[in-house]
Design a protein around this ligand. Structure first.
Ligand SMILES: CC(C)(COP(=O)(O)OP(=O)(O)OC[C@H]1O[C@@H](n2cnc3c(N)ncnc32)[C@H](O)[C@@H]1OP(=O)(O)O)[C@@H](O)C(=O)NCCC(=O)NCCS
Length: 159
């Protein structure tokens, strides 16, 4: 699979892929995105606790990526709706943060469709894996806003 991500370096070897699977993708709270029809894993989504954005015990940060051939089918929004339900209903969290680097309109659209709202922009957001900083935009979804949307916009597909 071709993996393009704005957040992690390109995989350069089987060993580096193994290390990313161990260090990032196998952490608690991180799930594979699997195609319903075939069972093929095509991406990853998860809740990150005690991150730069989510510092309190009752909040977390949402992260996700999807293999390029599967973009544009609404797969990540569908997976994210279930992860958000899990965060607010099962884990009783108060806030879910989510960010995107400037120019990543695909990720911005995902967050808009899920009901996240803009909070602030940081011109020097660290990208540790790349050894650089980028302009980053920060969005938030509170439990109250999420709950209000369940009646008003159950599929969250408004443009
Ligand atoms: C961002 C990402 C997760 C979106 O997942 P997805 O399942 O394709 O999401 P959607 O199908 O809802 O598409 C979201 C937007 O991407 C854009 N898009 C979809 N397919 C595209 C493609 N092939 N090329 C360019 N843009 C595309 C569309 O603008 C779409 O918005 P719209 O619904 O208003 O038209 C995916 O593109 C990805 O993994 N990108 C790389 C990793 C990344 O950026 N992760 C997030 C870090 S913050």
């Amino acid at each position: 699979m071709i993996l393009e991500t704005k957040r992690l370096p390109v995989h350069t070897s089987v060993e580096s892929s193994g290390q990313i699977i161990r260090d990032v993708l196998s952490k608690p709270g991180i799930f594979a995105i699997v195609l319903k029809e075939t069972g093929l894993p095509v991406g990853s989504i998860g809740l990150h606790f005690h991150s730069d954005l989510a510092r309190k015990d009752d909040e977390c940060e949402l992260g996700y990526w999807l293999g390029v051939p599967y973009w544009g089918r609404g797969i990540v929004p569908e997976a994210a709706r279930e992860i958000l339900r899990h965060a607010f209903e099962d884990l009783k969290l108060a806030r879910v943060w989510c960010g995107y680097y400037d120019g990543n309109t695909k990720s911005r659209r995902v967050q808009e469709k899920l009901g996240f709202t803009y909070q602030w922009t940081n011109d020097d957001t660290p990208v540790p894996q790349m050894g650089e900083t980028r302009k980053g935009h920060v969005n938030l979804l509170t439990r109250e806003a999420w709950a209000a949307r369940q009646g008003a916009d159950p599929v969250g597909e408004e443009k």
